[in-house]
Design a protein around this ligand. Structure first.
Ligand SMILES: Cc1cc2nc3c(=O)[nH]c(=O)nc-3n(C[C@H](O)[C@H](O)[C@H](O)COP(=O)(O)OP(=O)(O)OC[C@H]3O[C@@H](n4cnc5c(N)ncnc54)[C@H](O)[C@@H]3O)c2cc1C
Length: 357
């Protein structure tokens, strides 16, 4: 064994999963990255701390329509994720879900060792960080004992709207999510009470105006207040005690509380990997979307460069260029020609749709 083999072994490479490329984050950009790499004949491993792929689309707004995906005039957020998974399917990426990448080390031979929260190790020749907002957490209600009801009576996202119809709902927040769901459930739920701490809203003015009309017509209530404590009896959730801005206290009985106080983005372990960071995003160039460490790339919401816009379509463009850069990094001597999926027999073979090359 050579000296460098010794140092690799000491670094913990032995027994690690060997990979040409590891993608950190299975949001929409990580999923499209699989596809773009696959077209160039590169197989990917992809890791996400969530149990399911889809990132923000699946986690935060699965049932909302998206209108700015090229060639899809309207597409549900979860539908987009399903389509991306279907598109990436021919490339058989290996998904490693429910584990956070906690460590990323540069090894003496300029390859990388990644370690996850359940102690899986990957020895990768290149890494693409598609970590979005990082390990994000919704801001919690902040009442004592609320954790015990999380996912049963207190919710920070709507997985299925059907779970809430016919129920007495307390909705907290003043942003788009709070207002959109208020409007969605008014008339479908048994009752809706929107609670916001002040009379100014971050949500679209048209949504706020609709909400006020519903209040005027008696279809729902609006209370300017904060949550003071939970009302529970015998361990059962009964509602929330509110402290109103005029100092009065009101008990609102409800079956479910929906809380939309926004995300609390936490870059998490990514901040400790020696990457150039600016305002909680990874600095990249706009040719390869490479970070300050050669061989580590970053695409999607996690990266920053002059003019960056955190849009899904920007991440798709970045993924295409990063794939070419990864191919060049893996095989510097080989020229990578631009090929069209329409006409390239080799790409069509990789996609499983065409004739032999
Ligand atoms: C309500 C709402 C509506 C939106 N509407 C639109 C719209 O109409 N059009 C549009 O273009 N964009 C929209 N966006 C923005 C869009 O969702 C994001 O731009 C997009 O999700 C970014 O994709 P991504 O793959 O970069 O990151 P994300 O979707 O954030 O996915 C990142 C993934 O990385 C994982 N991750 C992070 N750190 C680690 C780690 N250390 N280890 C393992 N996994 C990790 C996370 O768990 C997550 O699953 C909207 C966002 C919100 C919140």
């Amino acid at each position: 064994m050579s000296a460098s083999d010794d140092s690799l072994e000491a670094a913990g490479v032995d027994g690690a999963i060997q990979a040409d490329v590891v993608i950190v984050g299975a949001g929409p950009c990580g999923l499209f990255q699989i596809f773009e790499l696959g077209l160039l004949g590169i197989h990917a491993h992809i890791i996400d701390s969530l149990q399911h792929p889809g990132g923000q689309c699946s986690e935060l707004y699965p049932e909302k329509p998206i209108y700015d995906i090229p060639a899809l005039p309207v597409c549900g957020a979860q539908e987009l994720v399903d389509r991306l998974l279907q598109q990436a399917k021919p490339f058989n990426a290996q998904f490693h879900m429910g584990q956070e990448v906690t460590e990323l080390k540069v090894l003496p031979d300029h390859t990388f060792l990644l370690r996850t929260s359940n102690d899986t190790r990957f020895h990768a020749r290149t890494v693409i960080v598609a970590g979005g907002l990082g390990s994000f957490q919704p801001r919690r209600l902040g009442c004592e004992g609320a954790d015990a009801f999380e996912g049963t009576h207190i919710h920070y996202k709507v997985k299925s709207a059907a779970d809430f119809t016919g129920k007495r709902l307390l909705i907290f927040g003043g942003g788009d999510s709070a207002l959109d769901w208020t409007l969605e459930f008014a008339g479908k739920a048994r009752s809706v009470t929107l609670v916001h701490r002040r009379n100014e809203f971050r949500a679209a003015p048209a949504s706020v105006a609709k909400m006020r009309d519903l209040v005027s017509s008696g279809s729902m209530r609006y209370v300017e207040a904060i949550a003071q404590s939970l009302i529970s009896e015998g361990g059962n959730f009964q509602g929330v005690r509110l402290k109103k801005t005029d100092g009065q206290v009101e008990d609102v009985h409800a079956d479910r509380a929906l809380v939309f106080f926004g995300l609390h983005p936490k870059l998490g372990p990514i901040a400790n990997w020696g990457l150039g960071i600016d305002k909680r995003a990874i600095q990249v160039d706009t040719e390869k979307f490479q970070t300050n460490i050669p061989g580590i790339f970053a695409v999607g919401d996690i990266n920053t460069y002059p003019g960056k816009k955190k849009l899904i379509l920007s991440g798709f463009h970045e993924a295409a260029l990063a794939a070419f850069a990864v191919a060049a990094h893996l095989n510097p001597a080989k020229k990578i020609p631009l090929q069209y999926t329409t006409t390239s027999p080799i790409m069509q073979k990789r996609l499983g749709v065409g004739a032999e090359p």
